[in-house]
Design a protein. Structure first.
Length: 339
């Protein structure tokens, strides 16, 4: 009897400790965008993307390492009917204990991982803002490594199975740094086979070295890098592995809200199913002029004008976007804290 009483008391003590360690968390955001792409080339179609996106999620921090959250993300394209595909669930577990961090579930890409456009086009931020799978990260003062899996389509009798695997690694010493990125896109078929339909393997990587001179000049940010990029592509039982190589160089500078970014590619035309189609040209130079118009509290606005230099072609694009991000947490039974 005494043992049972001790067990019950221990359980209540554990529950009480857990309860008072818990916090309610929340995040919400809004992004409205005007993205006009005046393209007149053979590599990518012109388009205007106008719309707004909002998300809201709430969760529970179990302790200082673990939390889970649930919510919804919705994107609306102006002038179009509401599409159910643009309503996406948010549901994930998050673990963070330096130097390791883990997300598992359906979670936002923003702030977690971003690949160069040669590997993954920027339209992902509009049409697939959430990753569905797992994200792993390890970070130290001189080292960074992330790996992730994004399951993009579950197989049915008529729907293909597709998924993306990617990652980024970086090391640095003083002003020197080296970085690599990779992506693999597995494009399989439905459960019921289709005649003359084949599995496609596609992906690539880049590796660059550079200098970060941000703290050695009057610029807020100044980085220079150069290196190699490669893509591979195979349609099983149709053609063998096709490898494409090229050079990739970049300079980025930012001063008091004004920025300039220049990315130059030379080489074989890349074959990336989820990459920016501009890199399928043998030469591509992208010059971005960036103006961070304002940042007030949780709101910021940005204007970007881009020049796209291609063989015998000069195209332009313009983008204006407003971002609002809110988050906070509240100890259960205690006062609220805002981040």
């Amino acid at each position: 009897m005494i043992k049972k009483l001790f067990c019950v008391a221990g359980i209540f003590a554990l529950l009480e400790t857990t309860l008072f360690c818990q916090e309610i968390t929340w995040k919400a955001g809004f992004n409205s965008f005007f993205d006009n792409r005046e393209y007149f080339n053979n590599y990518i179609n012109p388009q205007s993307i106008l719309g707004a996106r909002t998300y809201a999620e709430g969760g529970l921090a179990i302790d200082k390492y673990s939390e889970f959250s649930v919510g919804v993300d919705f994107m609306y394209e102006f002038g179009a009917k509401v599409k159910t595909d643009y309503i996406q669930p948010i549901l994930y577990y998050h673990f963070n204990n330096d130097p390791f961090e883990v997300y598992m579930g359906a979670f936002q890409r923003k702030g977690l991982f971003e690949l160069p456009y040669v590997l993954q086009t920027d339209t992902f931020q509009y049409y697939r803002p959430n990753a569905e799978g797992i994200f792993l990260k390890a970070e130290k003062s001189w080292f960074y490594q992330e790996l992730w899996l994004d399951w993009t389509s579950r197989q049915t009798d008529t729907v293909r199975e597709t998924f993306l695997i990617g990652g980024t690694g970086k090391i640095w010493k003083n002003s020197l740094f080296a970085r690599y990125d990779f992506i693999m896109y597995h494009f399989a078929g439905p459960a019921i086979s289709i005649p003359n339909d084949h599995i496609r393997d596609n992906g690539g990587f880049d590796i660059v070295a550079g200098l970060d001179l941000s703290d050695k000049t009057f610029f807020d940010t100044l980085t220079i890098s150069t290196g190699l990029t490669m893509s591979y592509d195979r349609l099983r039982n149709v053609y063998d592995l096709d490898l494409r190589f090229g050079s990739l160089s970049e300079i980025f500078l930012l001063y008091k809200g004004l920025g300039l970014k220049n990315t130059v590619y030379f080489g074989d035309g890349q074959v990336q199913m989820v990459g920016d189609g501009m890199y399928s040209a043998k030469f591509y130079d992208r010059l971005d002029f960036i103006w961070n118009v304002f940042r007030v509290s949780k709101v910021k606005a940005q204007v970007q004008f881009s020049l796209h230099f291609l063989p015998e072609t000069l195209d332009t694009s313009q983008k204006f976007a407003i971002y609002l991000d809110l988050n906070g947490r509240k100890d259960i039974g205690k006062t609220s804290k805002q981040d």
